[in-house]
Design a protein around this ligand. Structure first.
Ligand SMILES: [Zn+2]
Length: 1029
C-alpha cells in the first residue's frame, strides 16, 4: 500500500507563516510515469464543441438540444421507471429523455463579506445568526417550508466580526501584547495580570438556569493552564487529568457566546429545509449534492448518485499551484455497493454477450456518458485519455443532428452514472465462471465461551439465520454453501453431508500447518443438509460442556477457513466468533503487550501496529483466495485488536466487538449484528480501479482494502456499508471545459456466483478560481478524508505530529479562503466559507477522538477498534460518528411520527427537566435529567419515579404507552441502515455512568482532553491570523 501523502513529510512549521508555503501534501505533481497523462492523440476540437453531452457541460452552458424532447419523442419525466432487468437477457431499458438542466449551484452569488456584514445586522431571526448569513440564491431555490425561520443554505461565507459576536482579536505578532487569544481566559482564571482586549464586547455567558443543571460547572469555564504552554496552541489537548464533573462555580469570565458560532445543527436543518424531500437529479457536472443528513430521492441522469460517490469538492482547481495554495484535499469517498432506498431505481445490468463491455483501447475505461461519438458514429473519443477508438460493429449506431447516438437513452452505459455489466470469462479467475460463495462459521469453544452460554447462543441463532442466507433477487434459494468449524487450541471440522445420520467431527491437532481433513461434506447446501446441521448445532454446546481448555489459537483458524475455500475453488466469508488473546502455541501466537507507558511517546504508534507480521501475510493470502473474514470479538480483557483486527480490515470483512459480553444485556446487540451481517448485500473477489481524465490521478486509497500495486484495489469482499476514500493529485493542468472525470469500476462475483462489473461515473468541474473551489466543498466528505488519512498515519507517525498537521491544515485552508476569496475586512474577523462553516467543529471532534488523543483512560483495544471502524466508513457514518445526534425526548409530541429536531452536542443544551437521546452509530444513550417529568418516566419505564429506574437494561420495556411506542420508534429510525447495532445505555444525571456519556458531548471540553469547540475556534482563528501575517 502506498504510504505517501498524508504525514509522510513533516508539517509546515510555525516559522514559515504566509500563504506561499510549500505543502507536504502536494509533492507528487507532474509524475511523468503515469500512463494516462502521456501525450497522445489530441482532442479534436470540432465535434466536442458542438455535441458534448449534457454531463460534460460546464456550468452556464445550455443543455444540448431541446430539453424536453428526447430522441424518441418520449415525454415521461421519469427516465428509467421500473426495476432493472437482472437476468442475463438484454435489458429492457426504458427510453426516456433528458430533463431540463436544473439550475446551476448559485452561479451569480454575491460573495461580498461587506455586504454580509450589513445583512447580518438585520437577520437575527434565529439564535444561529452569525453562521447563517442570508442568501438571495440558494443552490436549489428558495426554502419551501414556511415554518423554517432561518435563511436558506447560504452560498456566502460566514463571518464573525467584532461587536456582539466577537472572537478575541488575533495576535499581530507571536509574542506581542494580547497576542494569544487564549490568554485572556487563562489569565482571568489564574488571576494573573494580562491584557484582555475587547472583553467588554463579549457576550456574557448564557444564563445558568437556561443551560445548566445544578452542580455543573459550565464546560467552557474549564480552561486549563496547560493551554498556555501548548506549543501549537491546540488547547486542551493534554490536560493534567480528567475534568471534574462538579467543580467550583466558574469565575465570571467574559465568554464567546456559543450561539454565535456556526452550528452543525443549523447547517443540517438548513439543508433539510431547502433540499429535503426533493428529487435530486445528477444531470449537472460539478453539482454539490444535498448533505448526507438530508433525505431526498436521487435520480441518476448521467453522474453517479451521491450514495455511491461523494467528493471533498465538486470543483477541482485547474492547476496544481492553486491546489497547493488552498491545501484542500481532493478526494472521493466511494461506496460502490451502497444500499439504495426502494423508491430509487436499482442498477441496470448491461449484457453484451461474448463481446463483453466496450472499453477504450488505450486506458481501458468502460463505455460511459463521457465517451464522445464522432464520424457519424463510427468512432468515439475517450473522455478519460482522449484516445479515438473504433466503435465495434455490434455496437454501431447512427448519430442525430447534434451528434448523439440515436440509442443514447436506451442504453444505461450511455446515459447513466451507474450501471453493471455482465463480465465475460476474460474477467474470471482461470477464465472459468466462478463458483457461488460459501460461508464458514467458526466458533471458539474454549471454557469461558461455553461457561457464559455464548456457544449455545450462537448455535441456536445459526439455526434461524441460516434460513436467511442471501440470494440473487430472482432466485428461490440461496446458492451459498455453508461449513462449520469449532476450535480452542485445536480445530474441529464437521462433515455435515446430507446423507449422514449425524455430523462427523474431525480433529486437527497440528495447528502449525493446518490442512483441511475433508472436502466432500464440509461445504454443503443448507437446505439439503438442514437436519444434519441442526443436529450438529444442538450438539456443539454439549460436546464441549466439560472442556476446561482456556487457550485458543487464531491464525490457524483463519488459515483453515481459507484453505477450505481454496480447495472448493470458491470465494467466501468466514464468520469467526472469538473471545481471547490467542496464546496457545501456534503461528500468530500473541502475548499481552499492551503498554500504557508508550502513550504520548513516539512509540505510541506501536500499539496500533500488529504484534507480528503473521497477520498481514495471512490477510494477503486470504485476499488472494477471495476469503473475507468477519470477526465477532467478545473480549473480557486485552485481546490485541491491532493484530486480530487486521484480518477483517484487510479482507473487506467487519469487526464487531462486545466488551465483557453478558448474555442478558448484550445478546440483543450481537444477534442483530449477526443477522444483519449475514443478510447484507455483498460482492466477492472484488478488484476496484479508479480511472480519471487527464491531468490528475488517484494517488492514495484508504479503506478495508489490500493493494499489491499502486492502482488495483483488492477486496476479498465488499459489502454495502464499506467505503473507500481515494485521494487525487494533479499531474498536469485541468481544463475548465472538459472538467475532471472519474470512473470507478469494480469487478466482482455476486452472491449467486455471477461475475460482474459495477461502473460508477462522476464528472466534476474545474476552475482556476479559488472561489469556485471553496464554493463546491463538502465538509462531511472532508472530515471523512481527514479522519481516514490521519488514522492511517497513526501507524507511522507520532500522534502529536498528526494533530498538529490537522490543525495546521484546517487553518491553512481557511486562511487561503480569507486571503483570496473574502472581501477585505478587519483582521480580527474570522471569515469561514459557507461550505466549511462547520469544518472547525467537526475537525475538533476528530482531534478529540480517542484514537488521536493520547490518553491512558481509554483501552488500547478500544482505540484500535475505533480506528479500524473509521477506516471503512462512508460519509454518513463518519459524520454521525464524529458529531453524534442529540435529540430532546421530553418535548416530543406523541402524535408526531418525525424525529424531533436535534440539538447541539453540549452539556449546555441539556436540562435537568429533560430526557435526551444521543447516538453516534456505535452507542445510543438515553440521558435522564434528575427532574425528568414523572409522567414520561412512567410512560417509558413503567415505574413511578426517577429513583425507581433500573439503569441496568439495554432494551427499553414495551410499556404500551404512547411515550414508550414513540421513543422506541425513534430509536429504530435512528438504528435503521446503520452498519452496527447500537447498544442502549441508560444514563441518570449525576451518576457515575454520566462520565461515559459526556465524552460524546463533543462541543464541550473533553473529559480526557481535547478542547471545546469555542476554544478550538479561537485557536484556529489565531493560526489563520498568523498565516495571514
Ligand atoms: Zn481512454
Amino acid at each position: 500500500m502506498s504510504q505517501q501523502g498524508y504525514v509522510a513529510t513533516p508539517p509546515y512549521s510555525q516559522s514559515q507563516p504566509g500563504m506561499g508555503l510549500s505543502s507536504p501534501y502536494y509533492g507528487h505533481y507532474g509524475d511523468p510515469s503515469h500512463g494516462t497523462s502521456a501525450p497522445g492523440i489530441m482532442k479534436p476540437s470540432g465535434p466536442l464543441g458542438a455535441t458534448v453531452p449534457g454531463g460534460l457541460l460546464p456550468p452556464g452552458s445550455l443543455p444540448p438540444g431541446p430539453p424536453q424532447t428526447g430522441p424518441n419523442g418520449a415525454h415521461s419525466p421519469q427516465r428509467f421507471p421500473g426495476p432493472p432487468p437482472v437476468s442475463n437477457m438484454a435489458p429492457s431499458y426504458t427510453p426516456g429523455q433528458p430533463p431540463p438542466q436544473s439550475s446551476h449551484p448559485s452561479p451569480g452569488s454575491t460573495w461580498s463579506a461587506t455586504q454580509l456584514g450589513s445583512q447580518f445586522s438585520s437577520m437575527q431571526i434565529n439564535s444561529y445568526g452569525v453562521a447563517m448569513t442570508p442568501s438571495s440564491q440558494g443552490p436549489s431555490g428558495p426554502p419551501s417550508a414556511a415554518s423554517f425561520q432561518g435563511p436558506p443554505r447560504a452560498p456566502q461565507p460566514s463571518i464573525l466580526q467584532p461587536g456582539s459576536q466577537t472572537l478575541p482579536p488575533p495576535p499581530t505578532t507571536l509574542n506581542g501584547p494580547g497576542a494569544n487569544p487564549m490568554s485572556s481566559p487563562i489569565h482571568g482564571q489564574d488571576g494573573l495580570p494580562g491584557p484582555t482586549p475587547l472583553n467588554a464586547q463579549y457576550k456574557p455567558p448564557p444564563p445558568p438556569g437556561q443551560t445548566l443543571g445544578t452542580g455543573y460547572s459550565p464546560q467552557q469555564a474549564n480552561y486549563g493552564p496547560q493551554m498556555a504552554g501548548a506549543q501549537l496552541s491546540y488547547p486542551g489537548g493534554f490536560p493534567g487529568g480528567p475534568a471534574q464533573m462538579a467543580g467550583p462555580p466558574p469565575q465570571h469570565q467574559k465568554k464567546l457566546d456559543p450561539d454565535s458560532i456556526p452550528s452543525p445543527i443549523q447547517v443540517i436543518e438548513n439543508d433539510r429545509a431547502t433540499r429535503g424531500g426533493q428529487v435530486y437529479t445528477t444531470n449537472t457536472r460539478g453539482q454539490v449534492p444535498p448533505l448526507v443528513t438530508t433525505d431526498c430521492v436521487i435520480q441518476d441522469q448521467g453522474n453517479a448518485s451521491p450514495r455511491y460517490i461523494r467528493c471533498t469538492t465538486y470543483c477541482f482547481p485547474c492547476s496544481s499551484d492553486t491546489a497547493k495554495q488552498a491545501q484542500i484535499p481532493l478526494a472521493a469517498v466511494i461506496k460502490p455497493f451502497a444500499a439504495v432506498p426502494s423508491n430509487e431505481t436499482p442498477l441496470y445490468l448491461v449484457n453484451h454477450g461474448e463481446s463483453g463491455p466496450v472499453r477504450c483501447n488505450r486506458c481501458k475505461a468502460y463505455m460511459c456518458p463521457f465517451m464522445q461519438f464522432i464520424e457519424g458514429g463510427r468512432r468515439y473519443q475517450c473522455g478519460f485519455c482522449n484516445c479515438v477508438n473504433d466503435v465495434p460493429p455490434f455496437y454501431f449506431q447512427h448519430l442525430d443532428h447534434i451528434g448523439r447516438r440515436l440509442d443514447q437513452y436506451e442504453k444505461p452505459e450511455l446515459s447513466l452514472g451507474s450501471y453493471e455489466y455482465v463480465a465475460t470469462l476474460d474477467y474470471c479467475r482461470k477464465n472459468k465462471p466462478p463458483n457461488p460463495p460459501a460461508f464458514i462459521f467458526m466458533i471458539d469453544v474454549s471454557y469461558s465461551n461455553i461457561k457464559n452460554g455464548l456457544v449455545k447462543l450462537i448455535c441456536e441463532e445459526l439455526k434461524t439465520v441460516l434460513e436467511k442466507l442471501p440470494k440473487e433477487e430472482q432466485e428461490e434459494t440461496s446458492a451459498v454453501r455453508v461449513g462449520f468449524i469449532t476450535y480452542n487450541k485445536v480445530l474441529h471440522f464437521f462433515n455435515v453431508k446430507s446423507n449422514l445420520a449425524q455430523a462427523q467431527m474431525m480433529v486437527v491437532t497440528d495447528v502449525s500447518e493446518v490442512f483441511v481433513p475433508l472436502l466432500d461434506g464440509f461445504l454443503v447446501n443448507y437446505q439439503e443438509s438442514q437436519s444434519v446441521i441442526h443436529n450438529l448445532l444442538d450438539q456443539i454446546p454439549e460436546m464441549f460442556a466439560d472442556s476446561n481448555e482456556n487457550e485458543t489459537v487464531f491464525a490457524p483458524v483463519i488459515q483453515a477457513g481459507m484453505e477450505a475455500l481454496k480447495a472448493a475453488e470458491c470465494p467466501g466469508k468466514l464468520f469467526v466468533f472469538h473471545s481471547s488473546l490467542p496464546t496457545a502455541e501456534a503461528p500468530g501466537k500473541l502475548k499481552n503487550r499492551d503498554d500504557k507507558k508508550l502513550i504520548n511517546t513516539d512509540k505510541e504508534k506501536i500499539l496500533f501496529q500488529p504484534q507480528t507480521n503473521v497477520y498481514e501475510s495471512l490477510a494477503k493470502d486470504c485476499v488472494a483466495n477471495s476469503c473475507s473474514v468477519t470477526l465477532f470479538l467478545f473480549p473480557s480483557q486485552y485481546v490485541d485488536v491491532a493484530s486480530l483486527g487486521l484480518i477483517p480490515l484487510l479482507t473487506g470483512g467487519t469487526l464487531y466487538k462486545y466488551n465483557n459480553f453478558q448474555m442478558h444485556l448484550d445478546s440483543h446487540q450481537f444477534l442483530n449484528d449477526l443477522r444483519n451481517d449475514i443478510e447484507k448485500k455483498i460482492g466477492f473477489d472484488a478488484i476496484m480501479r479508479v480511472r480519471t481524465s487527464t491531468g490528475f490521478r488517484a494517488t492514495d486509497f484508504f479503506g478495508g482494502i489490500f493493494m499489491n500495486n499502486t492502482t488495483d484495489v483488492e477486496m476479498a469482499a465488499i459489502d454495502c456499508d464499506k467505503a473507500i476514500t481515494v485521494e487525487f493529485k494533479h499531474d498536469d493542468k485541468l481544463s475548465e471545459d472538459s472538467g475532471a472525470l472519474i470512473q470507478c469500476a469494480v469487478l466482482y462475483t455476486t452472491i449467486g456466483g455471477q461475475r460482474r462489473l459495477r461502473i460508477h461515473n462522476l464528472g466534476l468541474n474545474c476552475s482556476s478560481q479559488l472561489t469556485d473551489l471553496y464554493k463546491s466543498c463538502e465538509t462531511d466528505s472532508l472530515i471523512n478524508f481527514f479522519a481516514k488519512s490521519a488514522f492511517k498515519a497513526v501507524l507511522n507517525q507520532p500522534l502529536k505530529v498528526i494533530r498538529e498537521i490537522l490543525v495546521n491544515q484546517t487553518a491553512h485552508m481557511l486562511a487561503c479562503y480569507r486571503k483570496n476569496c473574502a472581501s477585505p475586512s478587519a483582521a480580527s474577523q474570522l471569515i469561514l466559507p459557507d461550505s466549511m462553516k462547520v469544518l472547525p467543529v467537526y475537525m475538533n471532534c476528530l482531534l478529540k477522538n480517542c484514537v488521536l488523543l493520547s490518553r491512558p483512560e481509554i483501552s488500547t483495544d478500544e482505540r484500535t477498534y475505533q480506528r479500524q471502524l473509521v477506516m471503512t466508513m462512508g460519509v454518513a457514518d463518519s459524520q454521525l460518528f464524529f458529531y453524534p445526534q442529540l435529540l430532546p425526548i421530553h418535548t416530543l409530541d406523541v402524535k408526531s411520527t418525525v424525529l424531533p429536531p436535534a440539538v447541539r452536542c453540549s452539556e449546555s443544551r441539556l436540562s435537568e427537566e429533560g430526557i435526551f437521546l444521543l447516538a453516534n452509530g456505535l452507542n445510543i444513550f438515553l440521558w435522564l435529567g434528575v427532574s425528568s417529568p414523572p409522567e414520561l418516566i412512567q410512560g417509558i419505564f413503567n415505574v413511578p419515579s426517577f429513583a425507581h429506574i433500573n439503569t441496568d437494561m439495554t432494551l427499553l420495556p414495551e410499556v404500551g404507552s404512547p411515550h414508550s411506542e414513540q421513543l422506541r420508534m425513534i430509536m429504530s429510525i435512528i438504528q435503521e441502515k446503520k452498519p452496527y447495532t447500537m447498544k442502549l445505555v441508560i444514563v441518570k444525571q449525576r451518576e457515575q455512568r454520566e462520565m461515559t456519556f459526556r465524552q460524546f458531548l463533543v462541543e464541550d471540553k473533553g473529559l480526557y482532553g481535547g478542547s471545546s469547540y469555542v476554544d478550538f475556534l479561537c485557536c484556529v482563528h489565531k493560526e489563520i491570523c498568523q498565516l495571514l501575517n
